[in-house]
Design a protein around this ligand. Structure first.
Ligand SMILES: Nc1ncnc2c1ncn2[C@@H]1O[C@H](COP(=O)(O)OP(=O)(O)O)[C@@H](O)[C@H]1O
Ligand SMILES: [Mg+2]
Length: 363
């Protein structure tokens, strides 16, 4: 799948802009604050229905406007053309049209456009709190097997209801509260266990890919296996049902769910030391890149063609050696690279695009 055309209306700092894209490598060049990240954010919105910067939808709508439109023409590997139109709204849900037909559910768009985004924020994957790693793994679950989106939303919904009930209990476990809690616990056990199983299964597939990617990016010898990922929450060992029973009093007291998939972490280590606390920044950066690259390759293998690859301002952060290694190890496909400066020689852009103040100039 490649993106042939992208058109933005009132998206971030773009009043109205359009760009024709080719396969191969497109370099998007411009000073800071001109709209490079905004452009690729719009593209990846079509893939995930959210911002890769982790902001709510309304932030992506141009200040002073009520709606933004992202329109794209994509071409599948079999030559089929698809027109996608997304209308982001400040007040309601986004509306999606595919070939001018409105989708019954916005989420049905998932899987039509696929992107892999690398950004300097990826370092957070290694350095930040468990929630960043949970989001990474759940996003990867949806990227690899789209139907997991429904599972993730269901777990989120059940937890929201359960937490609302716990708050409402005001710290007292009355018979009424207990009965309703039983209902939510049953649902949480069902879907939460499934989510835990899916995460574990994905991590099993991702581990060798991540190890390989790390070795390639760090240019180590194949004999070394410095990366480990551990996903072993206690509730998966004990079972979620007994764990919830055990934590019930505590949950009531605190007014929130203290045990479950929403509290999990994935422990990353390099050379058997925790990466978050012990690795150098260079190693952390390489691990973050390796994780993204691993997902990219897994999706490519599962889907049969590579997602559109977006490198947002990451090459400037890497030494020339490492950025060359990164570019060398990508599967073929459409690539967009943004940069505020000149690109490294190894990037070999086929097309150059200049961005200034929300206008796009194709060179
Ligand atoms: N919702 C919005 N409405 C209007 N302008 C916005 C909006 N969101 C961000 N901007 C502007 O976009 C610019 C940043 O664009 P960005 O794509 O992040 O720059 P860069 O080219 O450095 O990647 C900032 O100047 C910011 O003020
Ligand atoms: Mg940027």
């Amino acid at each position: 799948m490649i993106i042939r055309h992208l058109e933005l209306t009132n998206f971030r700092n773009y009043a109205s802009a359009s760009i024709a894209l080719t396969d191969g490598v497109t370099a998007i060049i411009g000073d800071n604050g001109q709209g490079k990240t905004n452009l690729v954010e719009a593209l990846s919105y079509l893939a995930t229905l959210k911002s890769f910067r982790g902001v709510p939808t309304d932030v992506m709508i141009k200040t002073g406007e009520n709606t933004a439109i992202v329109r794209a023409i994509i071409i599948h590997s079999d030559g089929r053309e698809v027109l996608i139109e997304a209308e982001l709204s400040r007040t309601g849900r986004s509306k999606i049209l595919v070939n001018k037909q409105k989708l019954a559910k916005t989420r049905d768009l998932l899987g039509v456009v696929r992107t892999t985004v690398f950004s300097p924020q990826d370092l957070d994957l290694v350095q930040d709190s468990p929630s960043v790693r949970r989001e990474f793994i759940d996003d990867a679950l949806v990227a690899v097997w789209t139907k997991n989106d429904a599972l993730c939303s269901e777990v989120e919904r059940v937890l929201k209801q359960r937490n609302a009930l716990l708050k409402q209990s005001n710290g007292r476990l009355t018979p009424d509260i207990a009965t309703t809690l039983d209902v939510w616990d049953e649902k949480l056990v069902l879907h939460g266990t499934q989510l835990g199983d899916m995460r574990a299964r994905l991590l099993e597939l991702l581990l060798p890919q991540t190890q390989d990617a790390y070795i390639e990016l760090a240019e180590l010898s194949q004999a070394q296996a410095p990366i480990h990922m551990l996903y072993a929450p206690q509730w998966r060992t004990d079972g979620l049902a007994p764990s919830l029973r055990h934590s019930r009093d505590n949950d009531i007291r605190r007014g929130s769910s203290t045990v479950g998939p929403h509290r999990d972490d994935i422990e990353l280590s390099i050379n058997n030391l925790p990466a978050r606390t012990h690795a150098s920044q260079g190693e952390q950066r390489t691990l973050a890149l390796a994780l993204r690259l691993a997902v990219h390759r897994l999706v490519t293998a599962e889907v049969g063609s590579p997602p559109v690859l977006i490198l947002d301002d990451v090459l400037s952060e890497l030494d020339p050696h490492r950025s060359a290694a990164l570019l060398r190890h990508f599967p073929q496909g459409q690539v967009l690279i943004t940069s505020a400066g000149v690109l490294p020689q190894t990037a070999h852009p086929d097309t150059l695009v200049h961005i200034a103040g929300g206008t796009i100039r194709e060179a």
